[in-house]
Unconditional design. Sequence first.
Length: 113
Amino acid sequence: MGPDPLIFDHNLALELWNDPLFWESVPDWEYYREEAEMAVAAALESRSSLRIKAIPVYNRWVRLIRDRHENEPYYLRQLTDYIHKKRQNRPEAIILPPNRYHREPLILSEGVS
């Protein structure tokens, strides 16, 4: 897998959702924009990125990412390509950490070679 992977967690979600270019660059995820922007506002107001984890849109995103990894990889690819581009195409993998329903991390992207 190469260097340490980038963990797709609440911090990364906050960073993406707070980036106006994200929504323009990844239009297939636009459906969640309004809820995500409200989640960002709540996190910024509380001064805690952990607030994102308590907001339902984050948990729906995690489930959707897992589902798209399995069934609609094109939509997931838009997301991972954007993340790689924002991180200057570093060779790091992007992984979704395990949770109470999934015991193993999910590799969303092996990284940019």
